[in-house]
Write a protein that binds this ligand. Sequence first.
Ligand SMILES: *Cc1c(COP(=O)(O)O)cnc(C)c1O
Length: 396
Amino acid sequence: MKAEAYMERGEKVLLHTYNRTPIVFDRGEGVYLYDIEGKKYLDFAAGIAVFGLGYHNERFDSAVKAQVDKLIHTSNLYYNVPAIEAAEKLVKVTGMDRVFFTNSGTEAIEGAIKTARKYGLKRDGHTGHEIIAMDHSFHGRSMGALSVTGNPHYQEDFKPLLGGIRFARFNDLDSVKELVNEKTCAVILEPIQGEGGIYPADPEFLRGLRELCDEHDMLLIFDEIQCGMGRSGQMFACQAAGVKPDVMTVAKALGNGLPVGAFLTNERAAVLVPGDHGSTYGGNPLVCAGAGAVLDIFAEGKILENVRQVGDYLWEKLEEVKAKYPVVKDHRGRGLIQGLEFEKNPGAIAQSAIRKGVILITAENNVIRFIPPLVIGKEHVDEMLPLLEAAIEENL
Ligand SMILES: *Cc1c(COP(=O)(O)O)cnc(C)c1O
């Protein structure tokens, strides 16, 4: 059956919440995707910063396949070995103390919000606490995560949202300080804003927030769902500033395509107790076998080194693109999370690039996002660039 026919069938039964690009993918290999008609695409989106190891990493695939044959699910009423091992590895790389596994990023944020609220209760003996979040942030689509997402466009139709959320300006410590009062229990932010348009936090901003949170006995929550797991060139983006949060959320590349996320806490923020939180699937043996394999592969160190090298190369090359085309206004990011900001919405440029065979996606604020698999090579950057330039020229 042809792609057209599948797309028609899909549009009849799938809820229309996405304006999908007209491609039906069939399989992946390394850093390439193939559609059902056999056309090959270089992947610079990695399923939205998910496929860190690329398609068909042998070690990952065999760990997952072996677990399918052994045990897929048991529930959290019991212990399972892959979850214990994955949690140990995650604690080690994050420097946090405790892990709660979720099925997605947005659920990790829900756990972080509940942790913050419970922390406030323990601190003050009553409920009714406030959380400070950032403008242009993105934390997910469930009602709690949406409430801390600083994008009115996503929020407007679903009000009332969670109460007690206040928005500060990213990289503006004074704007955060102005919002702190005796009810504030936490500050939540992405160390590099992803969906919002690839805005890295200044190290001084993160350090200032750490001091502020310590001073007022509030929790500092870092959402590393997109920028974490090696994407920035550090295992977690906050590590570049040497700042540790009290709660960290991870997902996306953690499962290399399997639906697994987590929120992690230090001992101080480990306030949730039996009855406070739960998940039927969360951290089941299958996804944890995958996450464990991902963390083992990272532990070898080659991926981070690759992200730094290829990230620097991509930076140089995108600087050249910026210098060549006045429609490119800015270039931000680090490692393999970079963005080019255009004068106007670059959606048409991304679509042209896709037709030419490279998968690019956009972000808010007129940005094209470069978030390829972390195993990409310089040769793939060289392959992407002429297609990007041709796509820009087609849309001048
Ligand atoms: C993608 C993302 C989320 C939401 O994750 P889902 O798995 O889509 O629920 C939350 N925070 C950040 C920073 C993200 O990039």
